[in-house]
Design a protein around this ligand. Sequence first.
Ligand code: PEP
Ligand code: MG
Length: 324
Amino acid sequence: ERAANPLTFDGEGRLADGRRIPLRANIGSAADARAAAAAKAEGVGLFRTEFLFLDRADEPSVEEQTASYAEAFGAFAEVESPKIVVRTLDAGADKPLPFLTEAGEPNPALGVRGYRTRSRSLAVLTNQLEAISAAARQTGADVWVMAPMIATVEESEDFAALCAEAGLKHAGVMIEVPSAALRARSVLRSCEFASIGTNDLTQYTMAADRMLGALAELNDPWQPGVLALIRATAEGAAAAATDTGAPRSVGVCGEAAADPALAAVLVGLGVDSLSMTPRALPAVAAVLASVSTEEARTLAEVALESDTAAEARTAVRARLPILD
Ligand code: PEP
Ligand code: MG
């Protein structure tokens, strides 16, 4: 009956065969966190923390950061052990910060951005991790922390070590750079989860600036080359789980997760949770509830075997009667 009423989400994403696929929210502030909780999101899959840093001459203090993160974590107090995935500062490229990034890079999207700003100031990162850790202790929230723009195994190892030093139990990586997708098995040895940022992964796979409307056809997560990297990430994570004897979850937190038909394909490719803008939750939940694990796998094969993004989209949608 959920399919008949796509306007609500009951707070539990699942497939037709009952398999749980947690559906979480992307947020950028405490106000967003409250809206996500009201929409019954199963916690937060991407907390963009830039809001506190933008338009400032200096880094916010650890105390200010702690209070702000604690306010956001507290929004989910009524949900039992809500998982909250916090992304460390993703400065650079389209989000310059006077105290951290350098103006005038010839290719800012390929520059010192995301995790890479650690080389400019380790303290900005360790202070943020300290504040996230303190806010987690204060609120009792189940906090997982991930770094944006991880490209190599060394970066993943370094980030895991910094999180451990800050007393954070769960360190993860965003998969946004093709090298990290291709080497997911090794990248996920030290960090225990991956969240695929399909906005940047698409931009870097297709070599197409995500800000350029003229390149919208290339900047499409249905591109079979992008889907192949998502599959590679899921396979690498499964291998890393076997290697380490510990779970290695793989979520998607880019815009792709909010496209209901593509959400089913992502699950079929091996993704085990999705995070999106809260208003997309009902439609995504309805489509997932209409497909079994086997059917999602078939949809993934159909998409991967397509030659073009348009063909993949059309072929998958034709197999989802709920979208008629
Ligand atoms: C992404 O790249 O898909 C992502 C979720 O991060 P952002 O859009 O903030 O770069
Ligand atoms: Mg990104």
